[in-house]
Design a protein around this ligand. Structure first.
Ligand SMILES: Cc1cc2nc3c(=O)[nH]c(=O)nc-3n(C[C@H](O)[C@H](O)[C@H](O)COP(=O)(O)OP(=O)(O)OC[C@H]3O[C@@H](n4cnc5c(N)ncnc54)[C@H](O)[C@@H]3O)c2cc1C
Length: 383
């Protein structure tokens, strides 16, 4: 067993940490207060090769692998969760369907601008009536001469309404099988396609700088060459990509938990009450010890899931465990860190209040905690 980072990964970690401290952390509160998507930062991340870490070099990526990706995500998310959330959706659920199932032509046309960071990607599954139950989606694509016509509405979609948006990868129903089960497919719908429109930017509890909105498809025609992968395989393709997405959200969660711990350590060292720094009180020291232990446990679940993926071994269950545990650790750590900050933590100007508000969605997006437990329980029965 080897728990050490490679030299290459340590260099990546240092580069990402310095970038995040210089280009993201000082401005993140402002972007959050104005709910502003910071496009220039995403372009800079593209310039550093951080927007295509899971994409082959041939298409503008660095094919760095999941362990390196997780290392990067831990540093970016430590500075700001909204930026990291945009990067998360872009790198996994939005880019991977093209990377894994796209044709060479589709990859050159759409994946390359995504991987180089000229553009940002979006993936649209969720609908008003279907979130956890992906098979419940109602958006349809109907076969017509030369292509397909999409009709339906998607909900809560990240990255689709920014100045860098390239379009959306959309999961739809294409018909019914002989056994009555739905047939699914995935289409790429580029910006500006007739019949594709977007709702207003949604106001959220956290992740304020992330663009999230409703997408509407109204008799939206896309040619045959916009079908990604095979018609009938859309759901399987999505589930394949989702495991990587779960590792990514787990890394995002780890970054939040670590940030909460670091803030708690700093505040409890600086703030004095009863003539001593807070950290000198056993009750506070125990909270810090519990947080540090959980952060460490989350870290190894996340990195192990990433390592299994890089090794080509099965990792669905490991990804679900990492996402479940790290997202719950993030919420406990944010809660305890804010408690240690006292009233100052409750004031919106405090950094911890932003991370506290950002934490809750980690237990919901890309499979809720309940869904992760279902996945893990099913795998236990199967093994
Ligand atoms: C900020 C934000 C960004 C998002 N970005 C995207 C995006 O880019 N693309 C996209 O497609 N979606 C996106 N989503 C949607 C997100 O993935 C869903 O919100 C999530 O999957 C949960 O679905 P739901 O909200 O419909 O909740 P529901 O599925 O209605 O669940 C509600 C509650 O019921 C529980 N529940 C449901 N089924 C079961 C079950 N079988 N067993 C036990 N409990 C169950 C859930 O765990 C949850 O607690 C985003 C959401 C938000 C808020």
């Amino acid at each position: 067993m080897d728990f050490a980072h490679s030299d290459e990964n340590l260099a990546l970690q240092k580069m990402c940490r310095e970038f995040a401290l210089r280009e993201i952390a000082p401005f993140a509160a402002d972007w959050s207060a104005r709910a502003e998507f910071p496009a220039p930062v995403f372009r800079k991340m593209g310039g550093l090769g951080l927007m295509g870490m899971l994409v082959d070099e041939e298409y503008g990526g660095s094919a760095a692998g999941m362990v390196s990706y997780v290392t990067m995500m831990e540093e970016i998310g430590n500075a700001d969760q909204s930026v990291a959330a945009g990067l998360n959706a872009h790198s996994t659920i939005a880019s991977l369907p093209l990377a894994k199932f796209g044709t060479d032509e589709q990859k050159r046309r759409w994946l390359t601008p995504l991987a180089t960071g000229q553009k940002i990607g979006a993936f649209a599954l969720t609908e008003a009536s279907a979130g956890s139950d992906a098979k419940g989606i109602r958006t349809t694509a109907t076969r017509v001469d030369g292509g397909w016509v999409i009709n339906g509405t998607k909900m809560f979609i990240s990255n689709a309404g920014t100045e860098m948006s390239l379009g959306a990868t959309v999961l739809v129903v294409t018909g019914v099988n002989a056994d009555g089960g739905k047939r699914f497919a995935t289409f790429f719908v580029p910006e500006g396609t007739e019949g594709y429109s977007k709702g207003h930017k949604l106001k959220k509890l956290g992740w304020h700088a992330l663009d999230s909105r409703e997408l509407v498809f109204n008799d939206c025609f896309v040619p045959d060459d916009h079908l990604i992968g095979e018609e009938g395989n859309g759901l399987r393709q999505f589930l394949d990509v989702l495991d990587a997405g779960r590792i990514s959200v787990a890394a995002l969660s780890l970054s939040l938990a670590r940030a909460a711990l670091e803030m708690a350590l700093q505040h409890s060292s600086e703030r004095e009450q009863f003539g001593k720094p807070l950290r000198a009180f056993q009750a506070i020291g125990h909270k810090l010890a519990d947080m540090a232990t959980e952060v460490e446990a989350a870290r190894w679940l996340v990195y192990r899931a990433a390592w299994l993926s890089d090794e080509g071994q099965p990792y669905s269950q490991a990804a679900a465990m990492a996402k479940l545990y790290a997202s719950e650790v993030a919420n406990r750590a944010a809660n305890q860190s804010l408690q240690i900050h006292g009233g100052y933590g409750y004031i919106l100007e405090s950094r911890i209040s932003r991370f506290y508000a950002d934490a809750k969605i980690l237990e919901i997006g890309e499979g809720t905690s309940e869904v992760q437990r279902n996945v893990i329980a099913r795998a236990l029965h199967a093994s």
